[in-house]
Write a protein that binds this ligand. Structure first.
Ligand code: PBG
Length: 333
């Protein structure tokens, strides 16, 4: 049976019918809004490569958090830019570290707003790598080894101090082997058996993190992250990464970046039954923003189409710098 009996356009002829047969929906409850927190007072500093995204000091943070909460966005993801950095990222696990302080404040203002803490060292180390490093020279070049097992201990300390400050969910993004298991054991030992781990399970060594590294001042001072983040060419490897995280006790799996990895998201969704998180990263935001500012695309249409594509690929929630805008756009639809 085919044309003229079959006519696909019957189900596209009016808004009413289109709404009725729509397969995928975006909802404000899908979004997680990232926030950059920094030291100082009165800081609300726009990130030049991410127009509309700011670094906030603790005293300017409340207005931003209020806006997010009032829009009905259920969760924020915190990134900290500390005042001091060292080789072992001490500010990441300091009791009065910037993420810890911001977490306490946000939970005191909005107890129901979920605070997700990104657990990594790159914003806190002077060398910008996600763990402890060992450097040596070869043919006049500095070579960097990011030490896996030694770094786990610091990451566990970071996660525990974030939980102590009141973080609702721990989101480790460092890509060391065994990080989920180590953090799970550390949290449990510290009495945080109830705190879920949202694992950055499948995280690629991506050019799309460029604007983030400006925002968080976390670009590696030498070398790159290819020895711990995944090769963009590999999809089957994503299954192995996700599988070990599941075995180590991850509660949610993430694929990052998202837009160029929708195929990987679909595969992970079909193979595993944990909630799946898409991270619509800084570079994906910056591209849309730049084209929109130039008048080359319709920002709302394109941003919403991208977010929808992530839901269609299987995401249960989306970390996105477009969270606030998308919540507003959805409210007037
Ligand atoms: C920390 C981390 C990064 C991002 C989230 N956590 C940067 C990186 O790995 O270099 C990127 C987020 C974004 O681009 O929005 N490791």
């Amino acid at each position: 049976m085919g044309f003229p009996i079959v006519r696909h356009r019957r189900l596209r002829q009016s808004a009413g019918i289109r709404n009725m047969v729509r397969e995928t929906h975006l909802n404000v409850s899908d979004f997680i809004q990232p926030i950059y927190v920094t030291y100082g007072t009165g800081v609300k500093q726009e990130i030049s490569s991410m127009p509309g995204v700011y670094r906030f000091s603790l005293d300017t943070l409340k207005e931003e958090v209020q806006e997010i909460a009032e829009l009905g966005i259920p969760a924020v993801l915190l990134f900290g830019i500390p005042d001091t950095k060292d080789a072992v990222g001490s500010s990441a696990y300091a009791e009065n570290g910037i993420v810890q302080e911001a977490t306490r404040l946000i939970k005191s203002w909005y107890p129901d707003l979920l605070v997700i803490a990104d657990t990594c060292l790159c914003e806190f180390t002077d060398h910008g790598h996600c763990g402890m490093i060992h450097t040596h020279e070869r043919d006049g070049h500095v070579c960097v080894d990011v030490l896996n097992d030694e770094s786990l201990e610091l990451l566990v300390k970071t996660a525990v101090s974030q939980a102590e400050a009141g973080a609702d969910i721990i989101a480790p993004s460092n890509m060391m082997d065994g990080f989920v298991g180590a953090i799970r054991a550390g949290l449990d030992e510290a009495g945080f058996t109830h705190i879920p781990i949202m694992s950055y399970s499948v995280k690629y060594a991506s050019g799309f993190y460029g604007p983030f590294r400006e925002a968080a001042d976390s670009a590696p001072q030498y070398g790159d992250r290819k020895a711990y983040q995944m090769d963009p060419a590999n999809a089957r490897e994503a299954l192995r990464e996700a599988e070990t995280d599941v075995l180590e006790g991850a509660d949610m799996l993430m694929v990052k970046p998202s837009l160029s990895y929708l195929d990987v998201m679909r595969t992970i969704k079909d193979q595993f039954d944990l909630p799946l998180v898409a991270y619509n990263v800084s570079g994906e935001y910056a591209m849309v923003k730049a084209a929109a500012i130039n008048g080359w695309i319709d920002e709302e249409k394109v941003a919403m189409e991208i977010l929808l594509s992530m839901k269609r690929a299987g995401a249960d929630m989306i970390i996105t710098y477009y969270g606030k805008d998308a919540a507003r756009w959805l409210a007037v639809r």
